[in-house]
Design a protein around this ligand. Structure first.
Ligand SMILES: [Zn+2]
Length: 71
């Protein structure tokens, strides 16, 4: 049963094959699911950190503005 095809020559391949039988090119190994999830987690953490940093900046700006207005 064929589960994928060669990205170079589009020959049908078994998922576990690392070298294409048709064009003899080395195939990229598919990324492990755990690694993929770690990438998403890192991206999510970065997004949260950026959002938190922005929130702190906006809060500081509003605080500062309130001082100006209160003067
Ligand atoms: Zn091929």
């Amino acid at each position: 049963m064929y589960t994928s095809d060669c990205p170079f020559c589009h020959e049908a391949l078994h998922a576990e094959e690392l070298i294409c039988r048709s064009c003899q090119r080395e195939l990229a190994t598919p990324p492990a699911p755990g690694k993929c999830r770690a990438g998403w987690f890192a991206a999510f953490t970065l997004a949260v950190a950026v959002a938190a940093g922005t929130a702190v900046l906006i809060r500081g700006f509003l605080e500062e503005r309130r001082h100006w207005l209160g003067k």
